[in-house]
Design a protein around this ligand. Structure first.
Ligand SMILES: [Ca+2]
Length: 208
């Protein structure tokens, strides 16, 4: 037995609202699942180097995307002790967080081995304070090919609010380098809205 039209009518009337709520719930769930944000601003160097310190914009993109570029750097030797090219940016972090960071780099015009270093300075007040702790990691950067330098760390507990992340390339001789596709996120949230982590699509940065 059913109650016929008297009950059907209000249900039918409610349906659009229910549908809207379902759609909203799905949207919220989807956005929650995809809420990961790349903590680097302008991670893909789409049309400028805003957010980054270290170089100038170049049209050469990591994935040959016509609508994105990279950051070009010429190694400098400021202290006469070695040549260094770097890409640096401050990201917001909280004490105790686990963070993964990475960037792709392409070493060009090098004549001597190039060592990649990822240096993270943890600071309590923006990125202009003196670091209270550091994290470092090293890797050998190949020539003339894009390669990824990555590291993970746990932010020291306490009043940390920022991490100045510097991807440095060092050598005993001059060289140039390109940087592209910066990545900074919690390890558990590696699905970005734009399939960023797959590195397979050409797009403007959908998330920061
Ligand atoms: Ca790019």
């Amino acid at each position: 037995m059913h109650h016929g039209n008297p009950s059907r009518s209000p249900r039918a009337g409610r349906r659009p609202l229910v549908s809207a709520l379902v759609a909203l719930t799905i949207a919220l769930l989807a956005s929650d699942r995809l809420m990961a944000t790349n903590r680097f601003f302008n991670p893909e160097l789409d049309e400028n180097v805003v957010g980054w310190i270290g170089g100038t914009w170049d049209a050469a993109d990591r994935n040959d995307c016509a609508r994105s570029g990279s950051m070009f750097t010429t190694a400098i030797n400021p202290f006469g002790t070695g040549w260094v090219a770097f890409a640096s940016q401050c990201i917001p972090v909280g004490g105790g967080e686990q963070i993964s960071v990475a960037i792709d780099a392409k070493v060009i015009f090098a004549t001597q081995p190039v060592l990649g270093e990822i240096l993270v300075n943890f600071v309590a007040d923006g990125c202009f304070d003196s670091p209270v702790a550091t994290h470092g990691d090293f890797y050998l950067a190949p020539f003339n090919t894009w390669s990824r330098g990555a590291t993970s760390f746990v932010v020291p507990p306490g009043v940390i609010t920022g991490a100045l992340v510097t991807f440095a390339l060092r050598s005993t001789a001059p060289f140039d380098a390109l940087f592209d596709r910066g990545y900074a996120s919690e390890p558990d949230f590696e699905i970005f809205k734009d399939s960023f982590e797959l590195g397979q699509t050409c797009r403007w940065s959908g998330v920061r």
